[in-house]
Write a protein that binds this ligand. Structure first.
Ligand code: AMP
Ligand code: ZN
Length: 464
């Protein structure tokens, strides 16, 4: 079998072929660092990590770029509203730099705790302003862009098949990035979107701005800041070249952000931008997208405060296909923590480190991954293997540790680092040992059930 991925652009599951044999260049739109990323945002980061780990599992060498947006992302994904970074500044009374640092630190801590692999490069927009300006200049020179008093716009009528990713009809009132409240009578088409905002009009008090070669009578030195979309086009070009193998992001990026990235990159570079487009579905709360505006977000910190292992969230993410919606509830997190603990218990109770990877299960596991990253199937295969009667425990363990290169559940650390057992469970275990000593089997069984209910299995030899 070969890897097959669902590509949003061709609307098909396609066989994966990399540009360069054995190598993958992957770009993933990273967070806007103005606030704590909620667990919905983190699901997107996990999905990219899953793709990265799968490529590695399949022996590809991967260059993974995930950016930090620390300027230019307005409160709508289009050209409306204030800059998200400035929103953070107003909320907390810190400078944009301090806001960026604070939320990058929190995000990096969260990614570690979710066991996300470090990207190869983590470029920050504010450190790539000259690359962005260069790309905007190219677009202006090639007449894909024009300048008004307020901004430099991308002219969507010039782009080849502008809406090919979303399939929207341009003439209709599409959900395009350029639709805007910022009235600019010099703008040619309502869908044209900003590549560079001058520090003028609604943005005259912008805190983050840089000089540019673009000219507006309203500002000196072309002062302004980049639009959000051009950031990704410029940074992906810098680190991965004109054509990527894979571009990833959340599904809401299809009609606006990614549509605009394609238009900019393909117009500036004169070649295809990305060979595969992978979009992950959202995490829901109360069956609606988990979002700050709905007041339904949770952070990883809150999950830890409630006594959960952050990796139980990772296990929960694995239970759903990346292209399926997933409804978050505390109850489901609890159930997944219990299941994850059973995996830990299995590893703990399996002696010996010289087992062999079981071909049959490893092949099935690989096939499921190659089928557009079917993680629910990989988990089903895992449990089928654990419960099977015809394989040695030692071999099951070796196979499971192999799977964990993709699962990322830290199963290899179980033996060395004891899992932290909460005090109340420790007390129950003590009482159970006492009951066993006294041959009070009824009590011992009751206590075992109670311990199990709280997420730990105490069977000594095997896990059912
Ligand atoms: P932002 O910080 O607003 O740029 O968002 C960061 C990323 O989080 C985006 O790529 C979104 O696709 C993603 N995102 C936001 N809400 C959710 C959600 N409920 N489920 C999954 N991904 C989300
Ligand atoms: Zn992007």
């Amino acid at each position: 079998m070969t890897l097959k991925l669902y590509d949003t652009l061709s609307k098909n599951v396609r066989e994966f072929k990399s540009i360069e044999k054995g190598k993958v260049k992957l770009y993933h739109c990273g967070p806007t660092v103005y606030w704590t990323q909620h667990i919905g945002n983190l699901r997107g980061m996990f999905c990219a990590d899953l793709a990265v780990r799968t490529f590695r599992y399949l022996d590809y060498e991967i260059t993974h770029v995930r950016n930090y947006t620390d300027v230019g992302h307005l409160t709508s994904d289009g050209d409306e509203g204030e800059d998200k970074m400035e929103k953070g500044v107003r909320r907390e009374g810190l400078s944009p730099e301090k806001i960026a640092k604070k939320y990058i630190d929190i995000f990096e801590q969260d990614t570690k705790e979710l066991n996300l692999l470090e990207p190869t490069v983590k470029p920050r927009v504010t450190q790539h302003i000259s690359d962005i300006i260069e790309m905007v200049q190219t677009l202006v020179e090639k007449e894909y862009a024009y300048t008004t008093d307020l901004a430099v716009y991308f002219d969507v009528s010039k782009a080849k098949d502008y809406t090919k990713l979303s399939g929207q009809i341009l003439e209709e009132n599409i959900q395009g990035a350029g639709r805007s409240d910022v009235s600019d009578s010099q703008k040619k088409h309502h869908s044209d979107f900003a590549l560079w905002f001058f520090k003028a009009g609604t943005h005259q008090n912008a805190l983050q701005f840089w000089p540019s070669p673009f000219i507006s009578p309203l500002v000196e030195n072309g002062n302004g800041f980049p639009g959000w979309h051009i950031e990704c086009s410029a940074m992906s070009k810098k680190y991965l070249g004109n054509t990527l193998d894979v571009h990833m992001g959340g599904i809401e990026h299809i009609p606006v952000h990614h549509t605009n990235e394609i238009a900019q990159s393909e117009s500036a570079n004169g070649m295809k931008f990305s060979n595969y487009w992978l979009h992950n579905e959202h995490l829901l709360a109360d069956n609606k997208k988990m979002a700050k505006s709905e007041g339904t977000t949770y952070s990883l910190q809150e999950i830890k405060e409630k006594g959960f292992n952050p990796l139980s969230l990772r296990y929960l993410f694995l239970t759903a296909h990346y292209k399926s919606k997933l409804n978050f509830t505390w109850k489901s997190l609890e159930a997944n923590q219990t299941t994850l603990n059973k995996l830990y218990e299995f590893i703990k109770s399996s002696e010996g480190n010289n087992g062999k990877v079981i071909e049959k299960y490893n092949n099935n596991f690989k096939k499921a991954l190659e089928n557009n990253l079917d993680t629910p199937k990989t988990l089903a295969i895992t449990w089928e293997m654990i419960k099977s009667k015809d394989c040695k425990t030692e071999d099951k363990k070796a196979t499971l540790l192999e799977f964990d290169k993709v699962f990322g559940l830290n199963l290899d650390k179980v033996k060395n680092e004891e899992i932290e057992i909460p005090d109340d469970i420790k007390e129950l275990i003590k009482q159970r040992e006492e009951a066993r000593k006294n041959k009070d089997w009824k009590k011992a069984d009751e206590l075992r059930d109670e311990i199990k209910k709280r997420g730990l299995a105490v069977e000594d030899k095997s896990v059912e």
